[in-house]
Design a protein around this ligand. Sequence first.
Ligand code: HXC
Length: 258
Amino acid sequence: MAYQTLTVEIDDYVALIRLNRPEALNALNSQLLDELGDALAEADRNEKVRCIVLTGSEKAFAAGADIKEMASKSFVDVYTGDLFGAQVDRITATRKPIIAAVAGYALGGGCELAMACDFIICADNAKFGQPEINLGVIAGIGGTQRLTRFVGKSKAMEMHLTGRFMDAAEAERSGLVSRVVPAAKLIPEALTAAKKIAEKSQIAIMAAKEAVNRAYETTLREGILFERRCFLSLFATEDQKEGMAAFLEKREPQFRDK
Ligand code: HXC
């Protein structure tokens, strides 16, 4: 499918999706979020895709929701139109893993989009922030909840109340990103991680993603029970037999997603 606000390249079972509105630092507008939802749904359906990398440009992952598109809307417009709500739900419904590869600004909705992915690898020039407070609003697609779970209340509250940005080193220190890499290595490193994921049993990958995400949705006891059910059920797969046999026979496993 041809998109106007993003590009998709598929290679070696990894889909690389690049947000592409350079004139607005990849600000998220309705068209971009619709297209991103379509591209992710297509990647979920495509047997040639086993992992997704979502990125922006060297200057900006995304500088937030599109302020030009939002500025003149009324409460009735955004409430009845559910501004960006259903579109973001489509993104988080993606079943295959999504790695956010963040360089430059990830602000407002851009930071929220990165946090809605499964994990974040960032470049050393990345800047994260929730500056909506400067516009007379607050985060609206998960930022108050997700940032707080990533970095804890004190740091999240400071960022939401003051609008200050966090650099890459602080983002790594505080658990917002899994790691920081030199800007020139961001895409190669994210693709290497994605290819590693693509080599595993996709049944186990899907179960791992579901189980980790359950940690955000439920109590510890229920989450551990969910994990246990997933773990036990993987013994019904051929990939479990293959993975364990390969270890014992000192060879690489050949997973077949069965
Ligand atoms: C629309 C944006 C934009 C945005 C940048 N641009 N961010 N357009 N929406 N969020 C546009 C600018 O208007 C400008 O267009 C061009 O991109 C380049 O931006 P500059 O400001 O000239 O670049 P620079 O001086 O380098 O500053 C970069 C920046 C700044 C620090 C990232 O652009 C900035 O503060 N942007 C807004 C960040 C923000 O407040 N994000 C939160 C949005 S609210 P022109 O045409 O002038 O050249 C949000 C709510 C989410 O995200 C919840 C929704 C439900």
